[in-house]
Design a protein around this ligand. Structure first.
Ligand code: ADP
Ligand code: MG
Length: 153
C-alpha cells in the first residue's frame, strides 16, 4: 500500500573538486535545481570553500560571482534577481555573530522569501532544529582538493 503522502527521500551526493573553479561549477549546477524559498546551509572550516561555493550558486542564478563577498561584518547581503531571472540571492555569514540577540536582530526567519534562495555560511551559529532543504558540507583534503557533500531533501 502506498501512503497518501509520499515523502521524497533525501538525496546525497559526494564529489571531490581539484580547484576553486570546479567547486564554483558544482555550485552553479546545484543552483539550477533550487527553487524560490530554498535555504542552503554551507558548513566547513575557515578556508574550506564556503564562499567560493556561494559564488557558484550566485553564478547559477545569473549573478556575477565577483559581486559575492562574505558579509563578514554586515552578516547579510541581499542580491536582487538579475534582469530576466526570477530568483534573487541572500548571502549570510554568521561567523562573527556574538549572541542570540544579535542573531535575532537579523530577522532570518523572514528570509529568503519566495523569490530568492538563501545561502548561510556558519549555520552552526543558528539555533538547533533548523532543517534546510539543502545542506552542503565542505572539507579541505589538502592542497586544492575539497570534498563536498550535498544533501537535498
Ligand atoms: P570559506 O568561506 O569556507 O572560509 P573561501 O571560499 O573564502 O572559504 O576560501 C577557500 C579558499 O580555498 C580560497 O582561497 C580558494 O582559492 C582555496 N581553494 C583551493 N582549492 C579549492 C577548491 N577545490 N574549492 C574551493 N576553494 C579552494
Ligand atoms: Mg566564507
Amino acid at each position: 500500500m502506498t501512503s497518501a503522502m509520499t515523502m521524497s527521500e533525501p538525496r546525497e551526493r559526494l564529489v571531490e573538486t581539484a580547484s576553486e573553479d570546479e567547486t564554483e561549477a558544482i555550485a552553479a549546477e546545484l543552483a539550477l535545481e533550487l527553487r524560490g524559498g530554498d535555504v542552503v546551509h554551507l558548513s566547513g572550516d575557515l578556508g574550506a570553500g564556503k564562499t567560493r561555493f556561494a559564488k557558484g550558486l550566485a553564478r547559477g542564478l545569473g549573478l556575477h560571482p565577483d559581486d559575492i563577498r562574505s558579509p563578514t561584518f554586515s552578516f547579510i547581503d541581499i542580491h536582487a534577481a538579475p534582469e530576466g531571472r526570477s530568483l534573487g540571492f541572500v548571502h549570510v555569514d554568521l561567523y562573527r555573530i556574538a549572541n542570540a540577540a544579535e542573531l535575532a536582530e537579523l530577522g532570518l526567519e523572514e528570509l529568503p522569501g519566495p523569490a530568492a534562495i538563501a545561502a548561510i555560511e556558519w549555520p552552526e551559529r543558528l539555533p538547533p532544529g533548523m532543517h534546510p532543504r539543502v545542506t552542503v558540507s565542505l572539507s579541505d583534503l589538502g592542497n586544492d582538493t575539497r570534498r563536498i557533500k550535498i544533501r537535498m531533501g
